[in-house]
Design a protein around this ligand. Sequence first.
Ligand code: ASP
Ligand code: MG
Length: 417
Amino acid sequence: MNVTEFESVPAVSSDEAPRVGTVVMKFGGTSVAGPERLKNVARRLVAAREEGNRVVGVLSAMGDSTDDLIALAHEVSAAPHPRELDMLISVGERISCSLAAMAINDLGQEAISLTGSQAGIVTDTTHTKAKIVEVRARRIHEALDDGKIVLVAGFQGVSTAFEVTTLGRGGSDTTAVALAAALGAGICEIYTDVEGVFTADPRIVPQARKLHAVTYDEMLEMAAGGARVLQLRSVEFARNHGVRLHVRSTFADGPGTWITEEDERMLEKAMISGVTHTTEETVYRVGGVAAATLFAELAAAQVNVDTILQSGDGIVFSAPVGDRAAAEGVLGRLGVDWSARDDLGKVSLVGAGMRSHPGIAAKTFATLERLGIEPEIVTTSPIKIACYVGLDDVERAVAALHDAFELDRPEAERAHA
Ligand code: ASP
Ligand code: MG
């Protein structure tokens, strides 16, 4: 057994017919870190409004303020109550939105900020990792009809039990995509502190290229493989609702990366989209338990399982480092034999062209072998080969694979697509 798990996505129902000319523009934490940057975001939103669009801005919390709020909670309580944690951390996005609305009003356009709840983002009842179940967009439509720029606090909603919930780290991306789907916007612009999605992390591979286009499936694999630019769930949402994403820089003009349906031209010259890596996973090995029991318990404890491998002598799975306490709780309760490794990193080669080109795996393993790296675990999908290697080998493996598949060449950008 060998699967990569993605979360399923609910249908989004909007209670209004879509209108033309709606744009959803999402700005991340770095883009709103400080008054000058907020004013810059306000200018961008005003410019889009002045071009005649119906404009919805979705903002993250300023800079590291979500981290700071979480740290504060842990100073007060060893295990902050999830409901109260959501009450606390949902505040960050409200601050950005209200400040941006003030700045927009000063620029001569009307703006209104809304909490997730006011914006009609309805979620399930899982605190700190809620999933959107419905978007009731009426209030946003009314404000847009009045000519206002609407600022929606990202990362949060109201549960079916009327509690404030948050959508998991990076959740403002999902807010933006859900709104784009519900409002019929077609395109969702994600403004961030990088210029787009790269063929590898440019800090490790300086020759990495900015991709012009990647497919939804490639982006899902790249996000699961450690590319931090988008929350995984937002990509899945976009794919299921046909929302095209444009990831671009807040601080520079010019095009970024489009995340979109597969197009033949995309794969003609560059069948590989990139090499991603993560060092933030723990790998568990468990014996003496049925897979059905184990994964049901892990799911109930909200552990986000990624890789699963089952063989005769047990089950191996990986999960984010942040889910370690929850995973250990489950394994302890089940009373099974288990061990965990946090000395492995995952290096993934991703490309939709892999499906139709033999020899990619051979080249991957030959490249690693030349470096003297023997992967501990390998998992594949039709468009991905992921290798768990020692933490110390991660960067060398990324650089060598990037080189072996010639991702430093101009063709790797897919500029023709
Ligand atoms: N502010 C939240 C976080 O830091 C949500 C987001 O930025 O997307 O995770
Ligand atoms: Mg983010």
